[in-house]
Design a protein around this ligand. Structure first.
Ligand SMILES: CCCCCCCC(=O)SCCNC(=O)CCNC(=O)[C@H](O)C(C)(C)COP(=O)(O)OP(=O)(O)OC[C@H]1O[C@@H](n2cnc3c(N)ncnc32)[C@H](O)[C@@H]1OP(=O)(O)O
Length: 194
């Protein structure tokens, strides 16, 4: 972790993450946590529609195909979109902990350009937990799951209560998500342990 900001280095009293007993088994696709999520939702035609899969331990793999709508420079993925892919993959880890958490800090290295139509293969894992703070790291590769690293990130997620969304979100969307008759979808919209 050398070169990272101090706030992304777990404190001495941090502990190893514990996979929740109800976490999906390794290999299972998680599906979108919320249909309108720009990172994973299928109701977002220009979104990333990232597909995340549970891995062993507190880890996730994910794939995201760069579309023409995701360009920054001609023919290349926008850096902010790549950061979104990392953020979404890292955020998916919280479902394995069954913790409701939001990104507090996301530090990204852009190692090589990512052309349109490229599949970005992502891997993320939680490295440590300290109170409400969840430390995690991710890489994105191109050319295959073992390909060259194009992006990487370290992140700090902070555990919050569901009130974080209720108090800060727009009532329209909050009420719609809360009244979803599907209990699993209702829970996952906010990543709340059902
Ligand atoms: C449902 C799942 C969706 C997943 C989608 C993908 C993930 C996302 O993109 S989430 C959206 C982006 N993130 C946000 O909108 C978060 C906005 N920020 C906030 O709401 C608040 O700043 C929040 C909740 C992170 C922290 O506020 P608060 O709850 O008051 O915590 P606070 O008491 O200040 O800090 C708690 C600890 O975290 C640390 N911390 C908080 N923010 C940061 C930060 N940015 N950098 C470093 N450390 C931080 C504090 O230093 C403190 O540490 P310690 O316990 O050692 O003193």
């Amino acid at each position: 972790m050398s070169g990272r900001t101090p706030s992304l280095t777990p404190p001495d009293d941090a502990t190893a993450p514990v996979r929740h007993p109800d976490a999906p088994p390794a290999g299972e696709l998680l599906g979108a946590h919320y249909a309108h999520c720009f990172g994973c939702g299928d109701a977002q035609p220009h979104g990333l529609q990232l597909q995340a899969r549970a891995a062993e331990g507190v880890a996730i793999t994910a794939e995201f195909t760069v579309k023409p709508e995701h360009q920054g420079a001609p023919g290349l993925a926008h850096g902010g979109v790549l950061a979104t892919a990392l953020d979404e993959t890292l955020g998916s880890l919280n479902w394995l902990l069954r913790a409701i958490a939001v990104t507090g800090r996301l530090e990204t290295d852009f190692v090589r350009p990512v052309p349109v139509d490229t599949v970005l293969y992502l891997e993320a894992e939680v490295t440590a937990v300290a109170g409400r703070k969840i430390y995690s790291t991710a890489v994105g590769r191109i050319g295959g799951p073992e390909g060259e690293i194009a992006v990487r990130a370290d992140a700090l997620f902070i555990e919050v209560k569901v009130d974080h969304f209720i108090d800060n979100g727009r009532p329209e969307e909050i009420n719609a998500a809360m009244s979803d008759p599907d209990q699993r979808r209702r829970a996952r919209a906010f990543e709340v342990n059902p």
